[in-house]
Write a protein that binds this ligand. Sequence first.
Ligand code: GLV
Ligand code: MN
Ligand code: MN
Length: 405
Amino acid sequence: MINSEAIMDWGQEAARRLAEIAECSAPGPGVTRFPFTVAHRAAIAQIDQWMTRAGLTVHMDAAGTVVGRREGPAGAGTLLIGSHQDSVRGGGAYDGIMGIALACLALERLADRDLPFAVEVLAFADEEGVRFPTALMGPRALAGTFDPGVLERCDAEGVSLRQALAEFGGDPEAVAGLRRDPAGIRGYLELHIEQGPVLERAGQPVGVVSSICGIERNALTFRGETGHAGTVPMEARRDALVAASGLIAALPGVAADWPGLRATVGEMHLHPNVANAIPEEVRLVLEIRAEQDADREACAARCREMAEAGARAAGCEVSFERSYVQPAMACDADLVAVLRRAAGEGVPILPSGATHDASAMADLCPMAMLFLRCRGGLSHRPEEYASPEDMGVAVEVLARALVEM
Ligand code: GLV
Ligand code: MN
Ligand code: MN
């Protein structure tokens, strides 16, 4: 469609924009851009410019999603392309935001081409779920699956999502009303770094996603008894951390029973958490992800048994409560075929072990994703990197997909 020099130009422009918007961050290593913060506000100003340069009409909706729209023929429906503006703490410059940048560049590249549908680029506020104990408000609002109860959830400073959204210029009362009519939506596409090593190992710049993993989080609380670390005999202890440790150490072996399943304890709190007292309480979050929901559920049941056995053996008690669940979502076969054709012969097809806005958009309309190779498979850390060349290829693939859809 275009030559490799032009592809590189689009890629270089993507790299330039991503370097600039990476400055919209809280202090510290890498990028920290939580939703409804000063950094988010600064990022929106740049996203607005990207969308305007692509010929889109821009507004922010009630959920804080920046929406850029390009009109199409009357009654022809709308294709949605999106990703998220937020990052984890100390994250990289690509996870999320790159998908917004590349969508804008693909539409800028197609500014003179008529498309047989309207297109909207959606820059969602909160996909990572790091500031508030909830995520995906923007896409869930559009899909009609938003639970208004989460507006009362608070960040670490005690600010509720409701308050943060309202102060940012959103409208908590209007979020549920953002629901779109599926009849007018042609589908949803998302471009994202792979966040894993598959494409790099395959020597391929892009891949097409087959499905997005299901996720559950379980809140576990182990309760024992505290006491002096120097005087309570070992055999008389009810150490909550000893009770918890067996499960954590066994996770690699447990997970291996289901192909591709991931089990992680990434968050843990000890009480009293001092060097010279026996841990009385351990609270942790056990996250399990799998392509098959049945595998995830079977693993969770096994983990519960192990947690209970570990607690019994240490003279402790444990509670095990599922705090979050998100089913696995298959990408739409027709949209996958569009991306495969646009990406060309031999493009890898791979599942996603990370979650994405697309998983929530799947409740509204058919969805598909294009992954980009990332260096070393690294993500959720400052070293995250996708090359300008690969980003140029992705702009080209998306532009081609839009023209040929
Ligand atoms: C987000 O990146 C997630 O997969 O949790
Ligand atoms: Mn992401
Ligand atoms: Mn992420």
